[in-house]
Design a protein around this ligand. Structure first.
Ligand code: GLN
Ligand code: ZN
Length: 758
């Protein structure tokens, strides 16, 4: 039988007990010793599950108290100076200080882990004196062995990936940092080796991105050093999320095993193996069970793939494994009681994926009746979903096919629309607006619960929402904003709200995944053809407009954001899902316009998140993402003003695509970019309406008028004043009432000053 291996298991627990423990500890409701005990219990429980399901190589040290990159930094004593860390094992309070900030020191930056929705804490190298504070992988290995008799496989973030993801040093210092870190890695590996550890997994996902020759050189140095220092230790050099960029260099490294992703890097990795073969003296970690998707694997296809791989690799040198850590999927389908059977039956979360690994490992070397039955069962599950009426809406498929062949353009170019819109709306120079949501007070959340529990009927709830809208329309007028919003009080989440009102979506009860720290998200599942059922936002928007003379901006979430923040079906291309969403949302845009709403914002904060890791695939993605936005918005009249909003992201390489979306106005988060965003506009001339966020909504602090005036002045140095809007960075949902009102008042004052000076 061939070996099976997992690259990492979700930390959060079946009922998010990990999250609950962390939050109780932070709130001072859990003693530190109890906290450690609870986390250990969760950790052992996860190991036990893998053991029971017969996984051969079970990962240890994949567990974390917050984030595995922060763990790695802490293990090396890399703690920003502002936390006055004195060396030695990093105290829990310092560890959480770096992650979440303290009264005295701001938290370290957090950023997206490759192209996933997981966020890691960015290590800050400047000023650090790396030291090995504790051998975490060894501690984890011993625990698994002593408590459960598991011969674990310690997981470590590799040096190249760690350095590339860190900040606080310049390019030219890379080798210096490598020299500082390598001896620490060597010590870890030697200690593991003397302990009798058989396999370690060293994660180098950076190898799927573009590297230069110097990096390849560094890679050689790193793994040569390791091979010499711990010759008996089997290193599995693990890559994931895409195919490796420099296959021949990577497979030539002096390590025992190479782990490749045959799901998200399927074609690239497979063609590399086909054309260059695989070294006979190495073990192939074949990542064929999707660690990021939620669907059952088509087992027969996977078996075919394994069989093909075993023509290049001897069976004893083949390990079937997950494509990446299971961190990115929920824990178990077993918790779901409300999904339609054909859907539930087609899903596989972390635990079910363990079973799939075990079956495949068996199936490759035997074809007994039990395996045959499993395969048939798997065929039936796929077939049932394929046949479901939700996946076969010919009305939608035909409509989308015909629309996507049309010219998706507004009837006139922006320059002409701008004149028509100015004539209609008569807005002052530097119009002010907000991004959509206003504070969701405890009262709002309570009202929603009463309604959900059935204690309030729909009319009662709707009346409550209308009251909130009334309050905020008055407030916005009084503050002096030019373009108003209804406030999004009826929405919990900008994706879930639309998903619940569209066909083709399903919602799990417990399908949580970690987003960052203790924060988990429960993405909707797009399992069928997406279709418009009825108006989703018209009632509230129309009501808000009826209460004021000023324009009220309608508020929708865009197709790409809905798609990127959901788990999606895999039987059709993502592009098609985006178009189905666009077609559905376009019907909402049209309904809003018909109801007299003349400004409509389609939020697309997640466009950047979907960007493929491989540079050569990015242009194609951006092209269809832009097309989906235009499909959503292009049918409105010239005088109807289309807005869009994006949170902070690196725009410099995306400005052309953003321009191609052809939104009349875009608002972008700016404060956190420390002027970088403004700088990128210096080099480009953006020709449509634009609002650069003038205050940071992530902080409760009320910004002073002068701070905002200087932001405005800076922006006006590079942008056309006639196209410039003034707005906060993002929605205000999570802010308090008073600070929001005060901040907006200051924003309007800053605008008045700017108008006088102009
Ligand atoms: N309209 C949304 C809001 O204001 C936008 C949120 C976002 O960009 N993430 O909350
Ligand atoms: Zn935003």
């Amino acid at each position: 039988m061939i070996k099976s291996s997992v690259l990492g298991y979700p930390r959060i627990g079946k009922d998010r007990e990990w999250k609950k423990a962390l939050e109780a500890f932070w709130a001072g409701k859990l003693e530190e010793s109890d906290f450690h005990r609870q986390l250990q219990e969760i950790r052992l429980n996860h190991l036990r599950k893998q053991q029971e399901r017969g996984i051969t190589l079970i990962p240890v040290n994949d567990f974390s108290y917050y984030d595995h990159i922060l763990d790695t930094a802490a293990m090396f004593g890399i703690i920003p100076q502002r936390f006055s860390y004195k060396g030695g094992v990093v105290p829990l309070s310092t560890y959480y200080g770096v992650a979440r900030g303290t009264k005295e020191a701001t938290a370290s930056e957090m950023t997206k882990w490759f192209n996933t929705n997981y966020h890691y804490i960015v290590p800050e190298l400047d000023g650090a004196l790396p030291q090995l504070t504790e051998n975490k992988p060894l501690i984890a290995y011993r625990e698994a062995k002593e408590k459960l008799g598991i011969e674990g496989k310690p997981v470590i973030v590799g040096p190249l990936t760690f350095l590339k993801l860190s900040k606080g040093y310049s390019q030219s210092e890379t080798d210096l940092w490598l020299e500082r870190l390598l001896p620490l890695y060597v010590q870890i590996l030697q200690e593991l080796s003397s302990e009798g550890v058989e396999w370690v997994q060293i994660d180098e996902p950076i190898l799927v991105t573009k590297l230069n020759n110097e990096d390849i050189q560094r890679l050689n140095t790193i793994y040569k050093t390791f091979a010499e220092a711990a010759p008996k230790l089997n290193i599995m050099l693990q890559t994931y999320f895409e195919s490796v960029q420099y296959y021949s260099d990577v497979v030539a490294l002096p390590v025992k095993g190479i782990g490749l992703d045959f799901v998200h890097g399927y074609s690239g990795n497979l063609s590399s193996i086909r054309s260059h073969g695989f070294p006979a003296d190495k073990v192939l970690g074949a990542g064929i069970i999707d660690g990021r998707g939620i669907w059952k694997a088509p087992l027969r296809n996977k078996l075919e793939l394994l069989k093909e791989l075993s023509t290049s690799v001897k069976p004893e040198s083949l390990i079937v494994q997950t494509s990446c850590s299971l961190l990115h999927v929920p824990v178990t389908v077993g918790s779901e009681t409300k999904l339609a059977p054909e859907l539930k039956n087609a899903l596989a979360f972390a635990d079910e994926k363990l079973d799939e690994l075990a079956i495949l490992a068996k199936a490759i070397s035997s074809d007994d009746a039990e395996i045959a039955a499993e395969l048939e069962e798997n065929d039936r599950a796929h077939e049932a979903l394929k046949q479901s009426s939700d996946r076969n809406r010919s009305d939608i498929q035909q409509a989308v096919a015909s629309i996507s062949n049309q010219q998706l353009v507004r009837s006139r170019p922006f320059a002409d629309r701008n004149v028509a819109q100015q004539k209609k709306w008569q807005l002052p120079i530097f119009p002010t607006t907000t991004i959509g949501s206003f504070p969701q007070s405890a009262e709002v959340r309570k009202a929603r619960q009463l309604w959900r529990k059935g204690e309030w009927n729909t009319e009662q709830y709707a009346a409550f929402i209308r009251e909130q809208i009334d309050i905020w329309i008055k407030l916005q007028e009084e503050i002096g904003l030019d373009v108003l919003v209804h406030g999004e009080f009826e929405r919990t989440d900008m994706v879930e709200f639309f998903g619940e009102k569209l066909a083709g979506f399903a919602f799990t009860q417990n399908g949580w995944v970690q987003s960052y720290g203790s924060r988990c998200v429960k993405p909707p599942v797009i399992f069928g053809d997406v279709a418009f059922i009825g108006e989703m936002t018209v009632e509230e928007t129309k009501y808000a407009q009826s209460r004021t003379e000023r324009p009220v901006k309608g508020m929708l979430t865009g197709p790409i954001t809905i798609m990127n923040w959901s788990f999606v079906r895999e039987d059709i291309p993502r592009e098609q899902i985006a178009y189905q969403l666009a077609y559905a949302l376009r019907q909402e845009v049209e309904a809003l316009e018909k109801a007299g709403i003349g400004m409509i914002q389609v939020d697309e904060p997640a466009v950047r998140e979907g960007l493929p890791l491989k540079e050569e695939e990015q242009a194609n993605y951006l092209a269809w993402a832009v097309k989906a936005f235009r499909m959503t918005t292009c049918t409105v009249q010239d005088t109807t003003q289309i807005h869009t909003h994006m949170c902070y992201c690196e725009f410099h390489d995306m400005i052309d695509s953003i321009e191609a979306m052809d939104a009349d106005v875009i608002s972008i988060e700016t404060s956190r970019s420390h002027g970088e965003l403004i700088h990128s506009f210096e080099l480009n001339t953006y020709k449509l309406g634009i609002g650069l966020g003038v205050y940071d909504i992530h902080s409760p602090r009320v910004p002073r008028v002068e701070e905002m005036t200087s932001m405005i002045e800076r922006a006006l140095r590079v942008l056309d004043p006639k196209l410039f809007w003034i707005n906060p960075d993002c929605g205000l949902k999570t802010r308090g009432l008073e600070e929001t009102v005060d901040s907006l008042r200051n924003m309007v004052k800053a605008t008045q000053i700017a108008r006088e000076q102009y």
